[in-house]
Design a protein around this ligand. Structure first.
Ligand SMILES: *Cc1c(COP(=O)(O)O)cnc(C)c1O
Length: 438
């Protein structure tokens, strides 16, 4: 690229050397690109070995989460993005995804991009100029759906929900009566403030009864807790790879109901987002054709992540997540720390912990990472740290290491915690002891 700064005209203006009488080659001064003062010099950088920690960090934050060996292995493979092998892989990804979404809908698609790209695929295909959207806003991620709606020109109204609570069914019914939405957006688990929208099924029923389509963000919850797309009447479910599914970040999944797909197909103006246009994505995900070059390695990784979900079964996977998350919560409470979300609407997939007086989330996350090689998360300005309980994070050995590292970190930073009591409570809960959660 660097050598191509001269225009064809300026090349022709250079002296020509004659090789054969019929071939004329312009003479390029050999020093032309290295000596120009505007040239970008070849950089010296460190290798990844020098940058990455010697011991990999245990990823116990709000995502990305650790990946199983089969997922990591699949992610090293590159195959043709079109052709028989890929068609078979895509077919199985859709079949397994239907199980995980609990839908018989044909309209399952993958997305090259983060969970937010799947979110934008849902919003930008179903909403456009003037579409009435009601967005139930519990926090940072549910607000993102509202923002995406505004950006495609939809008339978005938000139902603002206080931190630490969920929207009541009365509030939702009232907002639906007032706004007469064509689309309702709602998050199953609001990862930012660790609130679980336990009314999801009833909210979907209210919206459906009013003739609205329901879009659900299940990025952090899918495959960690029940979500039944068909039985609950949900019209679009979105998820990312790097959370509940324990795949890599950057390849996501979406499912549309038949009603949602009919709206996608019936729109008159095309989606302004070419990459996220569901009708174009249908070429690749349903017709073995070309849309854009699929992230093949990531799709293979997702295939393996889904295969492991199917091998475990949803029932056992939900039970593992519940058991591990409750045990972690009991351990944290027994340390003497406070869980952020009230028990009634507490999300199990991501656990929020109040930061003790005098400490900051950054102090805690920095210390636990540097001294214990355990990575946990802060949360967009809230006075909490968050520990994930998604996919591979829900393993007993990871819980012990994380709880111990958290307790040690608190002691090192001068907070008072009862570390032996915390670890004992974790063990007791995992081995089936009584629960005393507040
Ligand atoms: C993480 C998350 C997102 C965003 O996912 P990205 O992959 O970061 O785009 C959206 N919604 C929820 C509930 C999440 O937890």
């Amino acid at each position: 690229m660097i050598a191509q700064t001269a225009s064809p005209e300026s090349l022709l203006a250079r002296p020509l050397v004659t090789l054969r009488s019929d071939i004329h080659v312009p003479i390029m001064p050999t020093s032309s690109f290295t000596s120009a003062s505007s040239a970008v010099p070849c950089p010296v950088v460190e290798s990844l070995d020098a940058i990455l920690p010697e011991e990999p960090l245990l990823m116990m934050g709000a995502g990305p989460v650790p990946i199983p060996a089969a997922v990591a292995k699949a992610n090293t493979i590159v195959i043709n993005h079109l052709g028989g092998t890929m068609v078979k892989v895509i077919g199985q990804v859709k079949t397994m995804a239907r199980y995980v979404f609990q839908t018989k809908s044909k309209w399952v698609l993958g997305v090259a991009g983060p969970g937010s790209a799947a979110m934008e695929m849902a919003i930008s295909n179903l909403a456009w100029e003037g579409t009435r959207v009601l967005s139930i806003k519990n926090g940072f991620f549910s607000e993102r759906m509202a923002e995406m709606g505004r950006r495609v020109g939809a008339r978005v109204s938000t139902l603002e929900v206080d931190d630490g609570t969920v929207a009541s069914l009365e509030q939702v019914a009232e907002a639906i009566r007032r706004e007469r939405p064509e689309i309702v957006t709602v998050v199953q688990g609001e990862t930012s403030n660790t609130v679980w929208n336990y009314h999801l099924k009833d909210i979907a029923a209210l919206a459906k009864a009013a003739g609205a389509l329901v879009i659900v963000d299940a990025v952090c919850t899918l495959s960690t807790m029940p979500l039944e797309m068909d039985a609950w009447g949900i019209d679009a479910v979105i998820t990312g790879g790097q959370k509940g599914l324990s795949s890599i970040p950057g390849v996501s999944l979406i499912a549309f109901s038949d009603a949602a797909w009919a709206r996608v197909k019936g729109r008159t103006a095309p989606n302004a987002h070419w990459c996220l246009d569901a009708s174009l994505a249908e070429n690749f995900w349903h017709n073995a054709g070309y849309h854009y070059t699929a992230p093949v390695s990531g799709v293979l990784a997702l295939h393996e992540a889904l295969r492991l979900v199917c091998a475990e079964t949803l029932e056992k996977r939900f039970a593992r997540h519940l058991k591990c998350s409750l045990a972690l919560q009991e351990g944290i409470a027994a340390l003497g720390l406070h869980l952020y979300a009230p028990q009634a609407c507490r999300l199990n997939s991501v656990v929020g912990i109040e930061v003790p007086h005098g400490l900051s989330p950054a102090d805690i996350c920095g210390h636990i990472s540097r001294h214990h090689q355990v990575e946990i998360s802060g949360s967009f300005g809230l006075p909490i740290v968050r520990i994930g309980q998604m996919g591979e994070q829900c393993r007993e050995h990871n819980l012990f290491r994380t709880l111990h590292a958290l307790g040690r970190t608190m002691l090192d930073l001068g907070a008072t915690v009862d570390l032996p009591a915390g670890v004992a409570a974790l063990e007791k809960s995992l081995s089936g002891g009584a629960r005393h959660l507040k």
